[in-house]
Each structure stands twice: as structure tokens, then as C-alpha cells.
Write a protein that binds this ligand. Sequence first.
Ligand SMILES: *Cc1c(COP(=O)(O)O)cnc(C)c1O
Length: 390
Amino acid sequence: MSQFETSAIRTQAEQSQYREHSVPLYLSSSYTFESAEQMRALFADEAEGNIYSRYSNPNTTELIDKLCCMEEAEAGWATASGMAAVFTSLAALLSAGDHVVACRSVFGSTHQLFTKILPKWGIQHTYVDINADDEVWIEAITPETKLIFAETPSNPGVEIIDLERLGKLAKAHELLLLIDNCFATPYIQKPIRYGADLVIHSATKYMDGQGRVLGGLIAGKKELIASVEAFARHSGPAMSPFHAWLLSKSLETLAIRMDRHSENATKLANFLEANEAVESVRYPFLKSHPQYKIAKKQMKLGGGVVSFVIHGGLERGRRFIDALQLASITANLGDNRTIVTHPASTTHASLSEAERLEAGIQAGLIRISAGLETYEDIENDIKQALIASR
Ligand SMILES: *Cc1c(COP(=O)(O)O)cnc(C)c1O
């Protein structure tokens, strides 16, 4: 198998009769057959090929092939958004009466799936704290437990869980392990190496990297992806060929972008840690991170997201955001452009203070997705906003 960057660039759909160098966009909802017999064989799964773009398309197939190289996975599937990837994975693998053990620090919409949507079909969950030891995880497992779900690093708290430990736990209890690998990307972290059965991505974030499209990806064991496919073919969360075409081109530069995102985020984390307006900083590769050793073990780099707690709580957090001049205030991350959010006054404003703290979100928590602008410009903007918010 090729090295990471090479397969990201050289995994391509077959060339057409026009001998193009860059893979074209196949905007076609369906594909034709030479005969009734060929159509029958494709529908009967006796032959490979495209039938209908809800099932497959040359652009989504290329993207999935690339993802499999990057994640070292046997098979994959593409969906319209990251949440479609999370929901499709869970819906494909779980039945009424099943139970999930999930890490409490999960993405907001994933939390809504566990607490509001899956219970409609009799699927229950138990949350475990990201820092809990094995006994707590084992205690949460019931005879109905089918899978473990976790996200690392977590959004927005940048907390980390030991993938090797989770992999062993899942294996010992014959459970499936699903990991949301959105923050790290396969360039930085490969959960399958630690025993993850499915790896899930919001391709909207670093995979696109430029804040243009929504997309979701699932990679993992062949037989599990077959279940995902059986569910998705008929329920329809398909990725558009245009988004697949765009995302596949974006992945050509994932490695080089993640290097720079991580470099800028590391510098920013060090700058923040030395600033008197800052109470604490969370970044995987800072020695002060409570799971620094685990981060070093399972991550190649620290990634692009830094979170910090500003002195002065909620109101100062709001003033800090309002004082920014370069960084964008927007509900995305993993973009070329630096993005700053204040969860307590925005995404998590509806939670009580106690609920927020349980989710690891202090009133003064600020999440920065370090972009690819000149580092000095990013730092200067954060510096002046810290002063202006006093
Ligand atoms: C954004 C995000 C998702 C959801 O992805 P969408 O593409 O917005 O649907 C899931 N998990 C994590 C960790 C995310 O950051």
C-alpha cells in the first residue's frame, strides 16, 4: 500500500476516454445498462458497477477508496453529513432493546440522538465520564449492550480518551467500538489500529477544510459496512457526487493542512498558557493536558483545536468574542480561516450551569479552531481581543 500522502493524491477514479488528468465530476443520478441481463446481474450483486447515485457513484467510490487507504480500513461509506454518518452507523447496527455505552463528551447532535431519537425505537444508552476508569465502564455494560461510542479529542472540551484501553475493553466484552475521529482526522489518529470497528467522520470539518460542503464518512470492517450499506441504500442519506468530488480533491492536501493547523494551534496554545488573562488551556500536546501521555501515544500531532478558559466568566467571554477583528465567529471548525466560539453563550446556552459543567464547559470556555492564516496575525488578533475584553 502507498504511503499516506501518495494514496491521498493518487487514489483516483478510472480515467475516461478523454484521458483527463484531474478526475471529472459525475453528475448523473443513474447509470445505464447494456442489456436486461447486465441490469439483472448488477441488481443481484453478481457484478460490480454503478446503478443509481443513492447507492454509488464514481466520485463517492473514489472518495471512499481514499478514506479506506487513510484509515487503513477494509470498506467505507459516504453520507450527506457527519450526523448522517453517526445516525446511519447506529441505525444499521442497533435494534430495539439494544443498549449503548457512550462517552459523555460527545458532539451536541450525537447527544440528541442518544437522549431523544434512539429511545423512540427502544434503544437506550448509559453515559460514562471521559476520565472514568475501567470499573465504571464495565459497570455500565449490560447484557443488552451492543456497542461503545466515543469521540476523541472531544468537541468542544478537547478531552482525550485512551483508544487502546477502549479497544481492549470492547474486545473483552464482545462489543463493537465506534469512534468519531472528526477532530484528529486519519492523518493524526488511526482508531482502527487500536481495535475500533467503525470510524466516523464529519467530512464537513478538516476533510473539506474550507468550509464549503457538508459530508460524512464511515470506515471499518467489511461486514459492518455491508450492514451500513443495506440500511443506507434504502433509507437514502447519500452524499452528493458534487460533494464527493470536492472532498476527494480536498483530501489531497489533508496532510499538509493538518501539519500547519497543528503548528499554528501549538503556538497559540503556548501563547495562551503564558497569558495572564487565561485561567487554563486545553491542547492535546501541551504538557499540562491531563491526558498528555495518551495524546502522545495515539496522536501524530496535536490537531487544530485549542480551548481555553478566560478569567471573568460568561460576560468576559462574550466581550472577547465581540472584540475579535480577524477570527470568524461561526459555528464551524476545521476551516482555513480561524474560528472562535463561546459555547456557554451560544451552542450550550440552553443548558443549566450544572449541566454545562458536567459536559466540561465552563462559563469562560473559548474554542479556537486555528486556521491557516499567517500565525502572527492570528496571535495578534487573539492578543488584542484579550486586552479589549478586560
Ligand atoms: C460537526 C461534528 C459532527 C457532525 O457533523 P456534520 O457534518 O455537521 O453533520 C459530528 N461529530 C463531531 C465531533 C463534529 O465536530
